[in-house]
Design a protein around this ligand. Structure first.
Ligand code: GLC
Ligand code: CA
Length: 555
C-alpha cells in the first residue's frame, strides 16, 4: 500500500458492534431496541468510536436472533420502526458515527416471501431462489452435509417431495447465488439501504455465497470473488463506504483477494485463526484448547506481515458469536482490569481497523449458567440436545458452552449495578450476568483508571498518531514465552508495544536499538520511565512507547 495516495477514512476508525437485543431496552419489554441505542449514542461518542456495526434489526421470526430475515426492508417490531432506524442513522451522524448494517444474504428466513413462494410449487418463479434437490436413492437427503446448527443440512419438503438446502437452521434456507435474479434483488435492497445514508455493510458468512452444493464446496467457490465484484459495482462501489466480510475460511492470500483495493471487492474481512486456535481440532468449539502464546504470535505475524503491502486487516477479540475477550484471552478474576487493558493495547497497536464488541470496553466477562434452560442460543441448545442424546455427558457440554457458547456475549449490556443491570425495567429475554453489581458502565465512568478510559485513550491515540495506522509491523522477542512485543515504524518514528500475556511476572531485555528514550503513550500500571537493561513486567502489564526520533547529527 502507498499510504500517501491510498488513505481511507476507515483506516484510523474504530468500529463498535451492537447486538441490539442485548444493548438497551427503552420500552421495558425485556428486549433491547433502536430507541435504547439512540439513548446511548452519547456514551458511544464519549468512547470515541466512528462506526456502529449493528447486528440485524430487520423483520425476522428470530429463530437465530435476526440472522434469519423475513423482510430486508423493514425493522423487526420488537426493535422498533423504520422511522426509528432513520432517526438512529441521523442521530449517530450528528455525532460523527456511521452505521454498518448486517447483510445476511447467504440465506433468508423460511418466512421470507421469496421462500414462501418458492415452496408453493416446483414451477413457482421463486423456486430457483433457493437450492432444491431430489432425495437420494434411499429417499434420504441428497448428501451427508451437516448443518452448523446440528442435523442434516437438507430439509425435506413434503409438498414437492424435494429437499432444500440450509447450512444453518432449517428456518434459514440458503439462497441460490447462481440465479442472477437473486443477485439483482439483493443489489436492489442494498441500494435502498445505501440511499438511507448508512456507512456500509458487515457481510454475514459471505465466503459461503459462491458455494457449489453438489460438489460439497461451501467456502471460496469459484464464483465467490466474481459475485463480490459484481456486487461492488452494482451497489457500494462508487460510494466510499466500509465493507467487511465474515470469512472463517480466509487465509492471508485469500484476504488479499477480498481487500486489495485494486480488485474492487470489500474493504476488509474478519479472519478467525486466533479464535479457532483455542478450539479442539476434532470437536471444535465445544472442547477448548488452552491459549498458546507462541501460536498467537505466529498467527498475528502471518496476518500482519501477509497484508503489509496490499489489503487491510480487521482486528477483534470477540463478537456476538464468541466468548468474552477477557474470559478467553485474559483473566476474568483477579487481573480482570489489567488483562482487559493489556488485550486492548495489543489489539489497538496492530495495523488494521479495530472492532470493539459491546461491553468489551468495560471488561465484561463470560456468564456461567448452571441450567441449560437459562440459555437461549439456538446453536448451543441444538448441539447440546444432539450431543447429549449421542452420549456426551451434560457436564462436558455445559463446560463447552461456558467456554465458547455464544450466549456469553449476549447477556445484557451492564449499564449499572441496579436491577437487571439497568438494561431493562422489565424482565430481560436472557438473564443478566450476576457480576453486574461490580462490572458496569456507571462504575467505569466514575473511575479514571477503568477499562473504559483505557479504550477511550487508545482510540484517541490512533487518531493522533499515523504511525499506529500506517506504520509497518515488526515482531520483537518472538521466542519469549510470556511477552508479546512488536514495533511499528513510519518515516523516522518508532512505536514500541510490550505486553505480558500472563499472571506471572516476566523479564526481558529489549534489543539495544530500542532502549532509547521516548514517551509512554499508554500503560496499565504506573508509566515506566525507562526500558533500558533488564525489565520485569508485572502481571498482564502492557505499555506503548513512542521512541524519540534518533538524532542523526550526533555521531
Ligand atoms: C454468522 C453470524 C451468526 C449467525 C450465522 C448465520 O456466523 O455471525 O450469528 O448465526 O452467521 O447467519
Ligand atoms: Ca424493548
Amino acid at each position: 500500500m502507498n499510504p500517501a495516495t491510498d488513505k481511507k477514512w476507515w483506516h484510523d476508525a474504530v468500529v463498535y458492534q451492537i447486538y441490539p437485543r442485548s444493548f438497551m431496552d427503552a420500552n421495558g419489554d425485556g428486549i433491547g431496541d433502536l430507541a435504547g441505542i439512540i439513548q446511548r449514542l452519547d456514551y458511544l461518542q464519549r468512547l470515541g468510536v466512528n462506526l456502529i456495526w449493528l447486528s440485524p434489526v430487520f423483520r425476522s421470526p428470530m429463530d437465530d436472533n435476526g440472522y434469519d430475515i423475513s423482510d430486508y426492508q423493514d425493522i423487526a417490531p420488537e426493535f422498533g420502526t423504520l422511522a426509528e432506524m432513520e432517526q438512529l442513522i441521523a442521530e449517530a451522524g450528528k455525532r460523527d458515527i456511521r452505521i454498518l448494517m448486517d447483510l445476511v444474504v447467504n440465506h433468508t428466513s423460511d418466512e421470507h416471501p421469496w421462500f414462501v413462494e418458492a415452496r408453493r410449487s416446483t414451477d413457482n418463479p421463486y423456486r430457483d431462489f433457493y437450492i432444491w434437490r431430489q432425495p437420494a436413492a434411499d429417499g434420504g437427503p441428497p448428501n451427508d452435509f451437516r448443518s452448523y446448527f446440528g442435523g442434516s443440512g437438507w430439509q425435506y419438503d413434503e409438498a414437492s417431495g424435494e429437499y432444500y438446502f440450509h447450512q444453518f437452521s432449517r428456518k434459514q434456507p440458503d439462497l441460490n447465488w447462481e440465479n442472477p435474479r437473486v443477485q439483482a434483488e439483493v443489489h436492489k435492497m442494498m441500494n435502498w439501504w445505501l440511499d438511507k445514508g448508512i456507512g456500509g455493510f458487515r457481510m454475514d458468512v459471505i465466503d459461503l455465497i459462491g458455494k457449489e452444493v453438489d460438489a460439497q464446496i461451501m467456502t471460496n467457490g469459484a464464483r465467490l470473488h466474481p459475485l463480490l465484484q459484481e456486487m461492488n459495482k452494482a451497489t457500494f462501489g462508487g460510494r466510499d463506504l466500509l465493507t467487511v466480510g465474515e470469512t472463517w475460511s480466509a487465509t492471508p492470500e485469500i484476504a488479499k483477494l477480498y481487500s486489495d483495493p485494486a480488485r474492487e471487492e470489500l474493504s476488509m474481512v474478519f479472519q478467525f485463526e486466533h479464535i479457532t486456535q483455542t478450539w479442539d481440532e476434532e470437536e471444535g468449539k465445544w472442547r477448548s484448547r488452552p491459549f498458546c502464546l507462541a501460536a498467537f504470535k505466529a498467527i498475528t505475524d502471518k496476518w500482519q506481515l501477509g497484508l503489509a503491502d496490499s489489503g487491510w486487516n480487521s482486528l477483534f477479540w470477540n463478537n456476538h458469536d464468541l466468548p468474552r475477550a477477557v474470559s478467553k484471552f485474559g483473566d476474568p478474576g483477579r487481573y480482570r482490569v489489567e488483562s482487559a487493558k493489556m488485550l486492548a493495547t495489543v489489539l489497538h497497536g496492530l495495523k488494521g481497523t479495530p472492532y470493539v464488541y459491546q461491553g468489551e470496553e468495560i471488561g465484561m466477562t463470560n456468564v456461567r449458567f448452571e441450567c441449560i434452560d437459562q440459555y437461549r442460543d439456538i446453536e448451543s441448545l441444538n448441539l447440546y440436545r444432539e450431543r447429549t442424546a449421542a452420549g456426551v455427558p451434560h457436564e462436558q457440554m455445559l463446560a463447552g458452552i461456558h467456554a465458547n457458547g455464544r450466549d456469553n456475549a449476549r447477556t445484557p449490556m451492564q449499564w449499572s449495578g441496579e436491577a437487571n443491570a439497568g438494561f431493562t425495567r422489565g424482565r430481560p429475554w436472557i438473564e443478566v450476568n450476576p457480576n453486574h453489581d461490580q462490572i458496569n458502565v456507571a462504575a467505569a465512568l466514575d473511575d479514571p483508571d477503568s477499562v473504559f478510559y483505557h479504550y477511550q485513550r487508545l482510540i484517541r491515540l490512533r487518531k493522533a498518531h499515523p504511525v499506529l495506522v500506517y506504520g509497518d509491523y515488526q515482531p520483537l522477542l518472538s521466542e519469549h514465552p510470556r511477552v508479546f512485543a512488536y514495533q511499528r515504524r513510519l518515516g523516522g518514528q518508532r512505536l514500541l508495544v510490550l505486553c505480558n500475556f500472563f499472571a506471572g511476572r516476566a523479564s526481558l531485555t529489549l534489543p539495544a536499538g530500542l532502549q532509547q528514550p521516548g514517551e509512554v503513550m499508554i500503560s496499565n500500571y504506573a508509566p515506566r520511565d525507562h526500558w533500558r537493561g533488564e525489565l520485569e513486567l508485572q502481571p498482564y502489564e502492557a505499555f506503548m512507547v513512542l521512541l524519540d526520533e534518533a538524532d542523526c547529527s550526533v555521531g
